[in-house]
Write a protein that binds this ligand. Sequence first.
Ligand code: THU
Length: 140
Amino acid sequence: MDFDVAALIQAAFSAREYAYTPYSHFKVGAALLCKHGKIYTGCNIESATYSPTNCAERTALFKAVSEGEREFSAIAVVGSLEGQKNTLVTSPCGVCRQMLYEFGGDDLIVILAKSLEDYQITTLGELLPLAFGPQNIAQS
Ligand code: THU
């Protein structure tokens, strides 16, 4: 990796502190690394009406895109129930995979972390094979 994996995971853990989760109590943090090196973080934000809930990954992505970013190299995700250590990795939901694909494509590196030392690395191409994306809509 040509970036600091532990620093990206740490940023995701820090973002998780802000998760607003009065309904699920499942707190998620994400840290999205831009190609030029800046990191945008996000947490999940829930709603009393449930469905408008925004995942941590999309919070980070929307923050970044709304500030002019379009190119990303990696995202780290951490999640666990409030007050508990995670026994399973938290992997982006289907909606987040699709939205990350829009900007990251197959090559986006996805780091699923339980701790700074315990993580697995995959790619969006592995998580969302044969994705439908901007290339399908583009005019020839
Ligand atoms: N959640 C995320 O923020 N990211 C994921 O990758 C999986 C799920 C959130 C949504 C909801 O607030 C809570 O976790 C339980 O589903």
